[in-house]
Design a protein. Structure first.
Lengths: 289, 358
């Protein structure tokens, strides 16, 4: 796979690589599915609310909306299956094959590289959360120095991961109830209904409030974060949320002098590359391809 | 300029015309043999009765003529009224033999059989030994569930839609000469081929008693049936006026029987008895591939500790998960919003030299 530049400098502004086109495509698919699923599901959960009928009518009412819901759910299921294959492929391509090349392929090295993978929760996340609370409660004016993926982003990844497992499995139970009740007692339909309905509300509130706040509505990114479209994170957001990783990238790219301070104030040297587009790749950074 | 005799003629002809308009009854009123509509056609006709209840006595003729009782004349249900003006009418007894002739038996029509069926059903007012049931005053009578419903004709010509198919009527007219008969017959038959009420309406009717917590407790009914039905997909679809979704009667009435023959789930002959319940979902029109297991559980129950403890604690787990996840995150979000108002404020400020060291 063609390696994407880690830093792009466009009109003197730096952008840092974050998501590959395939990752962005997966994100847009899941986002579209979740929006459609929420719009065709919530009117059923809150059927007697004033907005339920008009929202449901947008999707064809009781005759069509359940079909739309099932189509979106199926796309989500296929995406999830694709994503699992993608994970396995990535583990092979990015972890196992390089280890094999270095002749270090052992269970311990594979486990170690899996555990230390940037998307895996780590002790640093706990430290970052404590640091964030210190910052938010005015104990310090120093933000936590996030890594490539902050604890918020890991939460945003793993919570929907669990969510999809719950939503898809319980959705399938209710959809294919005739098949499921051949093997399991009818009570599973009640349990599936509870889990599907409650987990959906949790997911919708989590995504449309917490996730949207962090990536779109926070004053640093408002009105819209663009990384989900471009794949590159602007420097000021990199500094604000991922300062530790920012330092690593800048040092590895030899741009130490241009590094901004944690509060965003300029470094020793302000870069002098107006107008030009420069692409910098750094070889020894942990990557998720 | 009109001549005097001519003017006299025009004037008297005009008066005659006006008089005719007032005297001549409307064509629909011609069916009103007792001339009851002479008074009851006025929308404001009402009174406060001896019990202090307001009673609207207006009869909307066009609505009545589209109702299933259109052919029954006023005196068919109100036989106590013999003259006009009349005394306050007695309560309508639905079991009265009316003057309609039932075509199959050619006898006078009556709903008496319904009463016989009802007496053997779960909604009987008496026990098997003839003794009145406990709280028999809660048991519904005809008018607790029924009003005078309108016909709900269907057209099956090329595709099924609500309403009358003129194309189909064209065939009727070949043999049957009375359009009034054709329309009524068409309306009657096609209304009977499906359900006269939509599932939501039926659920609401049953809910008048089955959602009343006092009645539910008095008769040990186990659950607020319509509330718990409303929490299922069936109930929600019914709320959105789906006609395809099962209502109370589709599952609780044995196929081939009438709603008036419903039995308690404890009775082995009841469709909701544990041994028969499995047949409900597998109905050809619903879930033909369903196994008995699909029906053999509490399909609509309130998820509370008394009725379904496992479901209750399962729900508590998800509520805790939701609160446990969202509350801290929302807290952080609001603190973050507040923090952004004072970006540099802090109890302990780290200096730039410290940052460089880190």
């Amino acid at each position: 796979m063609k390696k994407r530049p880690d830093i792009k400098i466009k009109n003197g502004k730096k952008y840092f690589f974050k998501f590959t086109p395939l990752q962005r495509a997966q994100h847009i698919t899941i986002a579209s599915c979740v929006i459609v699923l929420a719009l065709t599901g919530m009117p059923l959960k809150f059927h007697d609310a004033a907005w339920a009928q008009p929202v449901y009518a947008l999707f064809g009412g009781i005759k069509v909306a359940p079909v739309v819901h099932k189509i979106a759910g199926t796309v989500l299921l296929l995406l999830f299956v694709f994503h699992l294959i993608y994970i396995v492929y990535s583990i092979f391509a990015d972890l196992i094959i390089p280890l094999k090349r270095k002749k270090q392929l052992r269970v311990s090295t594979v486990v170690k590289s899996l555990v230390t993978h940037p998307i895996m929760p780590s002790f640093k996340d706990v430290k970052d959360i404590i640091d964030l609370l210190k910052y938010l409660l005015f104990f310090t004016n120093k933000r936590p120095g996030g890594d490539k993926f902050t604890w918020k982003e890991k939460f945003d990844y793993w919570a929907p991961f669990w969510g999809i497992v719950i939503m898809v499995s319980t959705g399938l139970v209710m959809w294919q109830k005739e098949v499921v009740t051949r093997f399991l007692p009818g009570e599973v339909i009640n349990l599936a209904l509870i889990a599907h309905s409650d987990e959906a509300l949790l997911a919708a509130l989590f995504l449309f409030i917490w996730h949207f706040y962090n990536v779109h509505f926070s004053t640093s990114v408002f009105p819209m974060g663009t990384v989900f479209l471009t794949g590159y994170l602007p420097e000021h957001l990199m500094v604000e949320e991922h300062y530790d990783y920012y330092q690593k990238v800048m040092k590895a790219a030899g741009l130490e002098d241009e590094m901004l301070a944690p509060d965003g104030s300029p470094g020793k040297v302000t870069e002098k590359t107006p107008g030009a587009t420069i692409e910098i790749s750094v070889s020894d950074l942990p990557r998720v391809s | 300029m009109i001549f005097k005799p001519m003017r006299k003629f025009v004037l008297s002809a005009g008066m005659l015309f006006l008089a005719l308009i007032f005297i001549m009854p409307g064509s629909s009123e011609a069916a009103d043999i007792g001339n009851c509509l002479m008074c009851h056609k006025y929308p404001g006709l009402s009174r406060v009765d001896e019990k202090g209840e307001f009673r609207l006595l207006f009869v909307n003729e066009s609505i009545f003529n589209n109702s299933v009782h259109a052919k029954v004349k006023c005196e068919g249900c109100h036989p106590d009224i013999k003259k006009i003006p009349h005394e306050p009418a007695k309560k309508v007894d639905c079991l009265t033999q009316c003057h309609i002739i039932e075509p199959a038996s050619e006898k006078k029509f009556s709903h008496k059989d319904v009463a016989t069926y009802l007496a053997g059903s779960v909604h009987a007012k008496t026990e098997k030994d003839g003794q009145p049931k406990k709280y028999s005053e809660d048991i519904p009578t005809c008018k607790n569930c029924h009003d005078n419903p309108l016909y709900r004709p269907l057209s099956f010509f090329k595709r099924v839609r609500p309403g009358i198919s003129e194309a189909a009527l064209g065939r009727c007219r070949v043999c049957h000469k009375s359009d009034e008969f054709i329309y009524r017959f068409y309306n009657h038959v096609t209304t009977r081929l499906h359900k006269i009420r939509n599932p939501r309406n039926i659920a609401e009717t049953c809910g008048r008693c089955h959602d009343n917590p006092e009645i539910v407790a008095r008769h040990d009914l186990g659950t607020r049936a319509v509330f718990s039905y409303g929490e299922t997909f069936h109930g929600k679809a019914a709320y959105f006026l789906s006609e395809r979704i099962p209502d109370c009667l589709d599952c609780h009435v044995k196929p081939g029987e009438s709603v008036h023959q419903m039995l308690t789930y404890k009775n082995p002959n009841s469709i909701t008895h544990i041994n028969n319940k499995g047949r409900i979902c597998g109905n050809m029109d619903c879930h033909p591939k369903a196994t008995p297991q699909m029906a053999n559980y509490k399909v609509h129950t309130e998820f509370n500790r008394e009725q379904s403890p496992f479901e209750y604690y399962f729900q508590v787990f998800f509520i805790t998960l939701t609160g446990g996840t969202l509350l801290p995150l929302m807290g952080i979000m609001f603190l973050d919003l507040f923090r952004r108002l004072f970006p540099n404020a802090a109890l302990k400020r780290s200096r730039k030299s410290d940052e460089e060291k880190t």
